[in-house]
Design a protein around this ligand. Sequence first.
Ligand code: SF4
Ligand code: SF4
Length: 222
Amino acid sequence: MSPIPGSGLAKGLAVTLRTMTKKTVTAQYPDVQPDLPPRSRGVIGLFEENCTVCMLCARECPDWCIYIDSHKETVPAAVEGGRERSRNVLDRFAIDFSLCMYCGICIEVCPFDALFWSPEFEYAETDIHELTHERDKLREWMWTVPAPPALDPGAEEPKEVAAARKAADKLAAAQAAEAAAAAEADQAAETDQAAETGQAGQNEQTGQNEQTGQTGPEGGQA
Ligand code: SF4
Ligand code: SF4
């Protein structure tokens, strides 16, 4: 059966009309920034203070693109007669993002919460060597890491928060006790001063009485 003349054109127009009324999914990047979920895997930030140089991340990375150098340092004993301790000091921490496949294994395995995902993704370079981000650069990415989501209602309070609250309560109690002791000391000093002033006044009155020849409140003469 031969097709109806013009049916192809009608079909094409129908497709055009249908598509025109649909919401567009094309993002006009870079003129318009994409609306990414906050937990997007853009780049990895390093929170250096938490890193103990345990090397777990470097060992587990499937691409071997984490480079860590460190040295040992001896820490003197905290108390007299105690033992000296040794600790690892980080010399270099770098991630080669030209090799990284953004699997997130390093972040998952870090036992000390030193690595985080940041949604930042605009760090393309013309020189591939520039894609190896050293510790300073990785630290800068930390400022772009979004805050963690709120806890579920009824969730157990994290032990860090409980410990911080306990320390804050202890400090507040110590400060309140100190303020109360200071107020008490002030009050005692005021009372002493008042007593001294009263005594001095009495002595002065007695002296005047003796000068005028009065022996007592009745004003009898000697
Ligand atoms: S995200 Fe994966 S590939 Fe990239 S550094 Fe971490 S472990 Fe290695
Ligand atoms: S796993 Fe965490 S603590 Fe250990 S070296 Fe890597 S970043 Fe540092």
